[in-house]
Design a protein around this ligand. Structure first.
Ligand code: IMP
Length: 426
């Protein structure tokens, strides 16, 4: 059984909880894109974990893989690993030798680039993601396997510095001693992580050959994809299901099920178009109900109504088989519930969803309203079945299914693993 779980909106759909829920059925959990910009919250026996680099399935799967498509801050990874009790005794942790390394210099570059973009700034997470992928494609990047050799680290740091000297003017890194300190830190981290480094694509394929179950976990969301998102307000990696082929070295043709995670409304952090965005007190109310504050940056998230045209686009791009719907309980507590059913301009329906700022100008949105269903619960001994949901909530779910032509196989509410309804066996 080979699965991929990924977000169909702007990230923060609740992928962490869904992957964690499914992960005891899988032997291997693999991340294939992004880095510390991701923030996946998982609650286990009352304890909250915020994963940025480790796959969310790390609490329960027997092997976790950080794939080559990721960009990894090795110092942050060591800290994150320490935060999970018995991780390395209970779980086989594998880090791709070929994953690229985020250094403090890349984080400084991220902030500098944002300043220089001025009014075109993206609102990045400042985790060095963009500059690290820039170095990867410029072929000046540092890879995890380089961390085992101090001279290679130094050569690469100095090359990056020479190429980016202008950008790094007046920062701590214009001082050669500060750069040497980065070399030391990276070499030290490399020594600690060396035993986890492997050509992970070989291991993943071997697990597949043995008939083991593998789940690939996407980070960010389809609308943040570097190619298909709302460029330039996107992240620097591909976030689609097919990206696992490149970001983990595993053939996408062998994937059995693509699960798209959809929040019952939409949220977005950072700048960029957001057609169904709410403002004023309704936005404040939804943000507070859903605790919509960034896991990585703490920033308040922008919030808005579910956007069906955008979901249809995401379903097509990712070849989604089934949907995991999250935060249905949150949405039901609004005074009114709306769903965007279409876009038009000058009264004429749009053929494509808008993907740039200029394409969102003058947009008219069509909505369908639903009666709110209020709080959901109490559940049966902490375990719920679909029929426990209020009829109005079920109307919402069934409407979405019908419009999208995809079954909602999982419904997740609240933080606990138990408050997840499984309508289809996965
Ligand atoms: P970057 O990935 O840090 O370069 O940020 C680029 C854009 O993607 C910004 O709008 C971020 O807020 C957004 N972003 C990146 N990662 C995530 C995520 O995991 N969840 C939600 N938004 C994200």
């Amino acid at each position: 059984m080979i699965y991929v779980v990924l977000g169909l909106q702007f990230g923060d759909e609740g992928k962490g909880k869904i992957t964690d829920f499914l992960s005891d059925r899988f032997d291997v959990v693999v991340r294939f894109n992004g880095g510390g910009n991701a923030g996946h919250t998982v609650v286990d026996e009352g304890k909250t974990y915020k994963f940025h680099l480790l796959p969310s399935g790390s609490l329960r799967a027997s092997t976790v893989v950080l794939g080559n498509g990721m960009v990894i801050d090795p110092v942050a990874l060591i800290e994150e690993m320490k935060g999970v009790e018995n991780l390395t005794t209970r779980t086989r942790v594998v880090i791709s030798k070929m994953a690229h390394v985020v250094t403090p210099i890349h984080k400084t570059l991220d902030s500098r680039e944002e300043q220089l973009r001025g009014r075109l700034s993206i609102g990045t997470t400042a985790q060095g993601i963009g500059p690290t992928y820039e170095d990867k494609y410029a072929r000046t990047g540092i890879r995890m396997m380089d961390l085992l050799d101090r001279d290679i680290i130094r050569d690469k740091i100095e090359t990056i510095y020479r190429m980016k000297e202008k950008l790094l003017e007046d920062t701590a890194y214009s001082d050669a001693n500060a750069r040497e300190k980065v070399v030391d830190e990276l070499f030290d981290a490399g020594n600690k992580l060396g035993k986890f480094l492997q050509y992970s694509e070989d291991l993943i394929y071997e697990e597949y050959r043995k008939g083991h179950n593998i789940i690939f976990e996407g980070a960010q969301g389809t609308m943040l994809d570097i190619d298909f998102g709302m460029y330039p307000y996107v992240t620097s990696s591909n976030a689609l299901s097919g990206a696992l082929s490149l970001g983990a070295g595993f053939p996408f043709r062998k994937v059995n099920t693509v699960m798209g995670v959809v929040k019952a409304y939409v949220s977005r952090v950072g700048a960029g178009p957001f057609p169904t965005e709410l403002t004023g007190t309704a936005a404040d109310h939804l943000r507070d109900l859903g605790h919509e504050y960034g896991t990585t940056t703490g920033r308040p998230r922008r919030v808005g109504w579910l956007d069906l045209p955008m979901l249809k686009y995401a379903i097509k791009l990712n070849d989604v088989d089934t949907i995991a719907l999250t935060k249905l309980d949150t949405l039901g507590q609004m005074d009114e519930v709306k769903v965007c059913t279409g876009y038009s301009r000058d009264g004429k329906p749009l053929e494509h969803i808008p993907r740039t700022v200029s394409e969102t100008a003058g947009l008219e949105l069509q909505f369908k309203s639903f009666k709110p269903w209020g709080k959901i619960g109490p559940d049966r001994d902490g375990k719920m079945v679909y029929e426990d949901l209020p009829a109005k909530a079920r109307d919402y779910v069934e409407y979405i299914e019908k419009e999208l032509g995809v079954t909602v196989g999982l419904i997740s509410m609240g933080e606990s693993r138990k408050s997840t309804i499984e309508r289809m066996k996965h």
